[in-house]
Design a binder for this molecule. Structure first.
Ligand code: ADP
Length: 288
């Protein structure tokens, strides 16, 4: 870095080199520890469904002459296998997001197009729970008041021509995961609002739900790999604890930031902020 370069240049070569060596070692060690943690976590996550499957298979063998029991336990084997498949799929997603870091192809991407696609892919799950996904293109009429995120009315309407420099697949994955969670952690007959706004050279994508919310003490941890607020409940519903880690990677890859606001029992708001790449109709007045 600049600092080390400066030190070498000013003649403190021994000091400087010593520092380089130390920094390198501690970083390497931290990386090693992270890798070990990751392998431990993955093994643990895989062990649970695999253990369940083998136990269920034994039960089926024991109950071979009871067709109802066989049917019931076979169903559970299918469910556990699906969970395993889902976990592996997520791991591959995470691996992809991490390995693509810095080499993704950034190009102008229409935010509204990506957001609409991401919503479309979640529509069946929303329909199944009678959850309405409401897309607002000017960031207003989001049903929850978000501290620091309130719109002051000056946000311009966001049309298809508003673009950000991003990798479209990464951005879509990020929004898709947020909408998926919003549906997953909300009761039936609620609303998930997705607001897209452009303001002060920034494009904001906000996913707001009226779901179970996240306890204050967990807010800082939800983007960690394998972190789940309620592991038992999440395991039952098939959560892998990887979705938000993947989302964060994808957002960062696109040069953006992601933040969360939530209150237990009221709902959660996830906000992606990206630098706006430009707007082809800059002169157009926002239609109020
Ligand atoms: P999972 O596969 O378990 O959903 P994520 O990484 O997507 O994993 O999320 C991590 C945890 O954050 C979840 O287990 C859940 O406890 C919490 N969480 C994420 N999104 C929401 C949300 N919209 N509402 C409430 N809790 C959420």
């Amino acid at each position: 870095s600049d600092l080390l370069y400066l030190r070498v240049r000013t003649g403190r070569i021994v000091d400087g080199l010593y520092a380089v060596f130390l920094t390198d070692m501690s970083e390497q060690r931290r990386f090693e520890a992270m890798r070990r943690d990751f392998v431990t976590n993955v093994s643990h996550e895989l062990k649970t469904p695999v253990g369940a499957i083998s136990l269920l298979a034994e039960t089926i063998t024991d109950a071979a002459d009871d067709p109802d029991a066989v049917r019931y336990f076979s169903g559970r084997v299918v469910k556990e296998s699906n969970r395993l498949t889902e976990l592996v799929r997520r791991l591959i997603d995470l691996q992809k997001a991490q390995s693509m870091e810095g080499v993704v192809e950034m190009k102008p991407v229409s935010v509204m197009t990506v957001v609409r696609d991401a919503i479309g892919e979640n529509q069946p799950q929303a329909d199944a729970k009678n959850i309405a996904i409401r897309l607002t293109d000017n960031g207003t009429s989001v049903p929850l008041v978000v501290p620091g995120g309130a719109d002051d009315g000056s946000a311009a309407e966001v049309g298809d021509e508003v673009t950000v420099m991003a990798d479209d697949e990464s951005l879509k994955t990020a929004v898709k995961n947020l909408v998926e969670n919003a549906i997953h952690y909300s009761p039936a007959h609620t609303v998930v609002a997705v607001g897209v706004a452009e303001q002060h050279g920034k494009v904001t994508i906000r996913v707001v739900d009226q779901g179970i919310g996240i306890p204050a003490e967990s807010l800082g941890r939800v983007f960690e790999r394998f972190y789940r607020v309620d592991p038992a409940r999440s395991r039952e519903t098939g959560g892998s604890g990887l979705g938000l880690a993947i989302t964060k990677h994808c957002v960062q890859e696109c040069g953006g930031t992601i933040s969360v606001w939530s209150r237990e029992g009221e709902g959660s708001t996830f906000t992606i902020e990206l630098p706006a790449a430009g707007d082809d109709r800059k002169d157009a007045k926002p239609s109020a």
